[in-house]
Design a binder for this molecule. Structure first.
Ligand code: UD1
Length: 342
């Protein structure tokens, strides 16, 4: 297949690009580099041993997006789109809700309309476990109702609804919604990984930045939750396993009759903040100084995936261990203490 990967220079996008190429697919990247460094592309090409076509484009610009897809259709053609592009910082979305609704909804609508105009009907969407909202049942199954607690999360819920409506209106679409749990880890080469701009919002990049000396200590947000050790429990999944889930979903969409499908991508196991800190210290040989801080508003005590549907329908399951996640995150961060070069 020839796959257009929007946001292909980002964290999950870049790992998926490599796996698509490794599985024999070809790839075209569309990215505006607003939250990714162009130097990732050279590294991808070096690891894959091929050159990768890249369109620098603002996907909320419908004419530009339609022109891109139309031009590709006149050349080698596009068989499917994996749509990673979007704003993703929860805290920022609370401060700038209009920016988040505008960007995440506009880019998705523009890509879908350009696909419709260009005759491309296979679409994989980066959704998030955040769509399970505050459901008290920790083990999330795909049939649970969706909701959100912040504008970022609402953009995911809204886009999922748009995709459902589209599938009802036109059953020639093949849409796969992937609900990611907590992606961590990096490519085992240490050449590509997560490079958040500014202050890291998520646990793992914060831990790796403490380990490498960029930050003094980790704040552990709350130690009085009803969990194994009082700290928050999440389902961390290696980004390489997550990337493999996209290839499995894409291949499955080529075989099924249903125009709309949803799959959780998680391991099915919960890990606490302190368990993660201990695992990272063991894998890296670095101590992670931390202090207990107040709970972070909006945080949940615990959640993890029920990944059975993805296993049953995609033949996919996460295989990398917590130790792999920590060792690979550390290799990336220690070899690239300041992230990608400018
Ligand atoms: C967060 C988002 C979620 C988003 C996901 C993407 C919030 C409330 N939720 O989820 O919408 O889809 O990222 O990966 O932001 N922690 C610390 N100290 C830190 C950072 C985190 O103790 O400096 C703890 C948190 O309290 C939590 C766990 O580590 O218990 C994981 O946090 P994080 O990586 O931010 O992920 P989520 O909260 O699951």
């Amino acid at each position: 297949m020839r796959v257009l990967v929007t946001g292909g220079a980002g964290y999950i996008g870049s790992h998926t690009v490599l796996q698509l190429l490794g599985a024999g697919h070809s790839v075209v990247i569309a990215d505006d580099f607003s939250n990714a460094k162009p130097s990732v592309i050279g590294r991808l090409e070096e690891l894959a041993g091929v050159s990768i076509p890249v369109h620098r484009v603002d996907l909320s610009d419908y004419p530009a997006t339609a022109e891109l897809i139309a031009a590709e259709q006149q050349g080698e053609g596009i068989d499917a789109v994996i749509h990673f592009a979007g704003f993703k910082a929860v805290g920022e979305s609370v401060d700038k809700p209009l920016d988040y609704y505008r960007n995440n909804l506009d880019t998705t609508l523009s890509v879908l309309e350009a696909m419709r105009a260009g005759g491309v009907r296979t679409f994989v969407f980066s959704s998030s476990a955040t769509v399970y909202g505050e459901n008290p049942v920790c083990e999330r199954t795909e049939d649970m109702p969706t909701s959100a607690t912040n504008p970022y999360g609402w953009t995911k819920v809204m886009i999922e609804q748009i995709l459902r409506d589209l599938a009802v209106a036109d059953d020639s679409w093949r849409i796969g919604v992937l609900r990611y749990f907590n992606p961590v880890g990096a490519h085992p080469s240490g050449r590509i990984g997560e490079d958040p701009s500014g202050f890291p919002n998520n646990l793992m990049p914060f831990v790796t930045q403490v380990a490498v000396g960029r930050r003094q200590e980790l704040s552990v947000f709350g130690d009085d939750y009803d969990t194994v050790d009082g700290t928050g429990v999440r389902d961390y999944i290696h980004v390489e396993d997550l990337a493999a889930g996209h290839i499995a979903a894409l291949e499955r969409l080529g075989q099924i009759d249903a125009p709309w499908s949803v799959w959780n991508l998680g391991t099915g196991s919960g890990v606490s903040v302190l368990q993660m800190v201990a695992a990272f210290a063991a894998a890296s040989g670095r101590e992670i100084p931390y202090r207990i801080a107040p709970r972070r508003p909006g945080d949940l005590a615990a959640n993890w995936a029920d990944p059975a549907k993805a296993h049953r329908e995609l033949g996919w399951r996460a295989t990398r261990t917590l130790d792999d996640m920590c060792a690979d995150s550390w290799r990336w961060q220690s070899q690239n203490p300041d992230g990608y070069p400018d």
